[in-house]
Design a protein around this ligand. Sequence first.
Ligand SMILES: C[S@@+](CC[C@H](N)C(=O)[O-])C[C@H]1O[C@@H](n2cnc3c(N)ncnc32)[C@H](O)[C@@H]1O
Length: 323
Amino acid sequence: MTTFNAVAEAIHIVAALRAAERAGVLAALAVAPGPVEDVAARAGTDPRSTRLLLEALDAIGVVAAEPGRFRLAVPGADQIGGLLATADRLDETVRTGLPPVDVRTADGAGRLYPGAVAALSAAQRDIADRVADVLGPGVRDVLDVAAGGGVYGIAVARRTPESRVTALDLPEVLPTTRAAVDVAGVAGRFSFWGTDVLTVGEAPAPRFDVAVVANLCHLFDRVTCADLLRRVASLLRPGGRVAVVDVLPAAAGDIAARRAVALYALGLAGRTSAGGVHELGDYRTWLAGAGFEEPDVVPLGGSVPLSLVLARVAATDRTPAAV
Ligand SMILES: C[S@@+](CC[C@H](N)C(=O)[O-])C[C@H]1O[C@@H](n2cnc3c(N)ncnc32)[C@H](O)[C@@H]1O
């Protein structure tokens, strides 16, 4: 595809999503799957244009066309208005350096994420399964830090029947986490911890074997990330592991990954004034400072390539106390 064709296609994808969200077509599908006429009647839209829109959304995988009806293929896709709104206002961010909603604060995250995390989770199921595989069997007490739509904790719970998962997130987001855990049928193995991870102190229960920190560090600056990982270390048992999942800078020769990561980093600027795509060397420094051993790094793939940075805290209890 030429660059211009790729740009035209990208514009059409965003336009289709924006139209579907603003015209209420995604909301109408979230109520129930149905034929075009029912969806259009529910949304109050023109049936012919609605059919074209639904066929385009089917082609990009947001909606699924089934015999006689359309259904949402991405759970939570009807809630993506907040993410689209930050993208719509990227020009303001470029002018001022400030995102319209700054998720590095608990207030900003509490406003943006309740609507966004279900769709973000749906996009990461395969990656989460892979992380659960790497963590392996025998994992018992798991802390899913900033669990969002719960995809990582749910993957571990499914893979390891004896595991118990504590999903930590802001109180505003936890109802979405709970709903996803219920749908996954693993509610009996979950507890929920509504708190701000940047100020968290003692764990409410025995310390954890594993803490998953997925797609969180990129919201924050380096000093905050170092502090965050110290806090996480203090929640682990001696010998426990942290599993950081995040985007790392792409290798210089990998043109596709560089493009994906550059666009992702630009999108991030529209949500956080201080976060970004951090270097692997930064993660190593923060982990060492928090009392972890040298990490293993496992590429996880994905359209914006993610990596697992897996590190064990010292086996004797030398972890720094939470600050
Ligand atoms: C990009 S989402 C990632 C969710 C999930 N870990 C995943 O990978 O799909 C970021 C999550 O961090 C949570 N979060 C942001 N700031 C937080 C804070 N200060 N304390 C607790 N959770 C926070 C958000 O509510 C959101 O669920």
